[in-house]
Design a protein around this ligand. Structure first.
Ligand code: P53
Length: 484
């Protein structure tokens, strides 16, 4: 028996995103999204840069001319669009209390800037929410999970243009009104900090169109902060009793040594990561960031009323993804390497996943304590898990003990943090059913409790098979975190 207790109404479940799951990218009147344009690049051919970026008009035009003969895995996802009933039945069998998903913005507004929504898109999510309701599963819905309508990129350079705020708020109000009786839990932007790494995925910016990259990214983020606060306001007005949160890719940073220079660098990297939640939870720009802007010649253009809206409409809870921790050094010779977020410096105390992500359950406890100390609002872990290669045995089973080990240790760390006094309201593991990787577009980087028969090139029957971890997680939920 574990020596900790999860709260009675703890929200256990799993997490997904439309762009990695639904497929049917051109069905039901859906417009193109930014991730529909990202091609699969085999591992051997990948450079050091994140592969998910599209940088220029020219690159985009080339991709548009390729057509479906090329390999665009996010266009096909795992066909949840046609198989949602079967998939939700499996989530229900595991006992999910909550299911995190996103609405694909271009399913509702194919071009992003029109006034009238696409009824077929709205009707699809009605069916999904009704199906969840049938089993008593609460939806937790992300408004924007890397699904910016492509037209907004082409016409406005994405969030760099202030007009996009109005389009987003109109989209948010449309779905709040439509689903007000079905959805209580919402998130505004998934991993809002990702723009620091990929301006295209986070903010829909083609970087060759701007002169000063950081300036454009932080201006776009300002627009996103304002849009997020306005969505919070609208959500509370339209859906009484609703709860809406922000979402951060949490990057806990350790100093490489106790050399104060390393400690200072780690602190500064941490501040840069927490800047986002500082704005969205506290409601104003932190002074450390204003000073960073000044030092780097970045001027944020604010309109009258922006500061008020941020201050008056902070989020109800803070949600985050947690996969790994980083190590920072103050030694300029050890500059952080680029590429899929993994910092260049290895932590000798930690093991690494097949994708170089450093596995750190204790880091989750540290992060929970730190976030709660800083903000004192409810926390929600909306992504965590192990991307791994799975092997189908001759008898058809998948023995994913490595995944169970990973999740068990992280759940223990959550239990410890709760005992330490942290207010944690839920936990949704990432990719509860195998789906397309955000970072690499691989199908073979699997996170799920449910195996999906499909390879990186789209071959396979798409058959769903519960893995060993499926039965394990079912017991975790049934025992409210006691049987691990
Ligand atoms: P994949 C990088 C680092 C941490 C989280 O990622 C990240 C990324 C982007 O690759 O994104 C989140 O699929 C994201 C999900 C994504 C998941 O982490 O690259 O919110 O959409 O699938 C895992 O292994």
């Amino acid at each position: 028996m574990a020596n900790f207790k999860f709260p009675k109404n703890f929200l256990w479940g799993g997490a997904t995103a439309a762009n990695q799951l639904e497929g049917a990218y051109n069905e039901g009147g859906k417009g193109l999204s930014i991730f529909d344009m990202v091609k699969f690049v085999p591992k051997e051919e990948r450079g050091n840069d994140p592969e998910m970026d599209v940088r220029s008009e020219k690159e985009l035009e080339e991709l548009l001319s390729l057509g479906d003969g090329e390999n665009f895995p996010k266009r096909r996802g795992i066909d949840f669009y046609h198989r949602y009933q079967e998939d939700i039945a499996l989530f229900a069998e595991m006992g999910f209390k909550v299911f995190r998903m996103s609405i694909s913005w271009p399913r509702i507004f194919p071009n992003g800037d029109e006034l009238t929504p696409n009824e077929e898109g709205l009707a699809f999510y009605d069916k999904v929410f009704d199906e969840l309701q049938k089993y008593g599963i609460e939806p937790l819905v992300t408004l924007s999970h890397y699904e910016i309508p492509l037209n907004l990129v082409q016409k406005y350079n994405g969030w760099a243009d202030r007009r996009v705020i109005e389009f987003f708020v109109h989209y948010a109000e449309t779905v709040f009104n439509r689903y007000k009786d079905k959805v209580k839990y919402w998130l505004t932007f998934n991993e809002i900090n990702i723009s620091q790494f990929s301006p295209y995925i986070g903010s829909g910016i083609l970087i060759d169109r701007v002169e000063h990259k950081e300036q454009a990214v932080y201006q776009a983020l300002h627009h996103q902060f304002v849009a997020s606060a306005r969505a919070v306001k609208a959500c509370h007005e339209i859906i009484p009793g609703s709860q809406i949160g922000c979402m951060l890719a949490r990057m806990e940073v350790y100093p490489e040594t106790c050399n104060p220079r390393d400690v200072l660098t780690a602190l500064e990297e941490d501040q840069k990561n927490l800047f986002f939640t500082d704005v969205q939870v506290r409601g104003y720009y932190p002074s450390h960031m204003l000073s960073y802007f000044e030092k780097n010649n970045i001027q944020i253009k604010m309109f009258p009323g922006d500061e008020e809206i941020l201050l008056q409409h902070p989020v109800d809870f803070l949600s985050f993804s947690y996969y790994m921790t980083m190590v920072a050094s103050g030694d300029p010779a050890k500059l952080k390497q680029k590429g899929n977020f993994s910092s260049g410096i290895l932590n000798p105390y930690l093991e690494t996943s097949d994708w170089g992500w450093q596995i750190d359950p204790t880091g989750l406890r540290i992060t929970l304590k730190k976030l709660y100390d800083r903000y004192e609002v409810p926390l929600f872990i909306v992504e965590n898990g192990l991307g791994a290669y799975d092997k189908v045995e001759e008898d058809g089973s998948i023995q994913d003990d490595y995944r169970i080990d990973y999740l068990r240790e992280h759940i223990k760390a959550m239990g410890d943090a709760i005992q330490d006094g942290v207010d944690l309201i839920g936990y949704t593991t990432w990719g509860c059913i195998d789906l397309i990787s955000a970072g690499t577009s691989e199908m073979s980087k699997r996170y799920g409790f449910i195996y999906v028969d499909q390879d990186d090139y789209g071959h396979g029957t798409l058959k769903r098979t519960p893995k060993k971890s499926f039965h394990w997680y079912k017991d975790v939920i049934a025992s409210n975190g006691v049987n691990l």
